[in-house]
Design a protein around this ligand. Structure first.
Ligand code: HEM
Length: 340
């Protein structure tokens, strides 16, 4: 179905047959993303991966991501970090469940419900914390949060930059789709310049810390992204801008896995099905159909494409699935997580 956003023609695809035509049969012709003015600023005119046009530089950076950062072998090497973080989450849930102060706090803030005594636990906050710690450790090799859940100075700056980035993205004006109106809505260039400067400053500080640590350790690179990228910088001819772009994409994307609301699932056996169902249809809970069919979600079955398909399929697919299904799902396996 064609839809005009201002003077920009878009096409909405609403069947698996059409999705196949777009993402398989015409994938090559449709493999560039439209860049808004904000996207141009954030990506320095498409010098990262997400906003790069399909071409030799894109192919090189994509190869680095797929082979050097997110391959099965690399993810296996990062497994101890994920296990560590999931264990920390289960421990903190246990601590909070059994901590009398926590119960008193719930009573004081009116969130303690006698009728539901022993049943309710809001998992969203724990899932968002585990996701945050996981991704910052995998990508930046740094845990910004203390075991008590307090962010250090770098962590506060990091979160603030992420939040500011989201705000700047949200500043989409009508003029984005009606170019001749842009004189009325000029882009606030200095806000983007300042944002990019802050992001680069923090990332370069972390990069320098890792370079120093590597030198001290006799050059051995750890498996997290920042070390891998720095140690391959010459081999792949990567400049600092590309490295920074790759490091930040993981953080922005990982927030999607936080959207999973585990409290709505019926039992752990349905966890995978629950996640796939949640992405496809927010309103109707019919996860059984995916259990029965064991549907593929890695881009081969055009009825369900949470990670898309074709040339630009999400390179973080394996990590996203591993994290949501295996790590988080299996850690809830001993519990019966129920709805009201
Ligand atoms: C549950 C978690 C995730 C979901 C649902 C998801 C979904 C997606 C989707 C739908 C796309 C667009 C693909 C297209 O345009 O055809 C995408 C692109 C992308 N994702 Fe993810 N993603 C997830 C996690 C991740 C993670 C953990 C990373 C990296 C660490 C990542 C990195 C990227 C990158 C770099 C792209 C752009 C790829 C390109 O243009 O070549 N994603 N993702």
């Amino acid at each position: 179905m064609p839809v005009w956003f201002g003077s920009t023609l878009s096409v909405v695809i609403s069947s698996s047959e059409l999705a196949k035509q777009v993402l398989k049969e015409n994938d090559q012709q449709l493999s560039n993303r439209r860049r808004s003015r904000a996207a141009l600023k954030f990506s320095r005119n498409g010098k990262d991966l997400i906003w790069a046009d399909y071409g030799p530089n894109y192919v090189k950076v994509r190869k680095v991501s797929t082979l050097e950062l997110l391959s099965s072998k690399k993810l296996k090497a990062l497994r101890p970090i994920r296990e560590d973080e999931v264990t920390a989450m289960v421990e903190s849930i246990f601590r909070d469940c059994t901590n009398p102060d926590q119960l008193i706090n719930q009573m004081l803030t009116n969130t303690y419900d006698l009728k539901k005594k022993g049943q309710n636990m809001k998992l969203r906050d724990y899932l968002s914390t585990v996701s945050f710690n996981n991704i910052t450790r995998l990508v930046l090799g740094t845990r910004f949060m203390s075991p008590e859940g307090v962010l250090n100075e770098q962590g506060l700056e990091f979160k603030d930059i992420l939040g500011n980035g989201v705000k700047l993205w949200a500043l989409v004006t009508l003029a984005e789709y009606i170019p001749w109106l842009r004189w009325m809505f000029p882009l606030e260039e200095e806000k983007y310049v300042k944002h990019n400067e802050r992001r680069d400053k923090l990332t370069k500080t972390i990069m320098a810390e890792h370079t120093l640590a590597r030198q001290k350790a006799g050059g051995a690179a750890k498996p997290h992204f920042v070390d891998v990228l720095l140690s391959l910088q010459e081999e792949y001819d990567l400049n600092d801008d590309t490295i920074i772009g790759l490091l930040w994409v993981g953080h922005c994307d990982s927030s999607r896995s936080m959207a999973v609301d585990a409290t709505r699932q019926k039992k752990d056996a349905n966890f995978k099905a629950f996640i796939t169902e949640k992405i496809e249809n927010q309103d109707a809970i019919m996860q059984e159909r995916f259990v029965e069919e064991d549907i593929d979600m890695k881009g081969h079955d055009y009825r369900l494409l949470p990670f898309s398909s074709g040339r630009r399929i999400c390179p973080g697919t394996q990590l996203g699935i591993k994290f949501s299904n295996v790590d988080v799902g299996s850690s809830f396996a001993p519990f019966l997580v129920g709805t009201d």
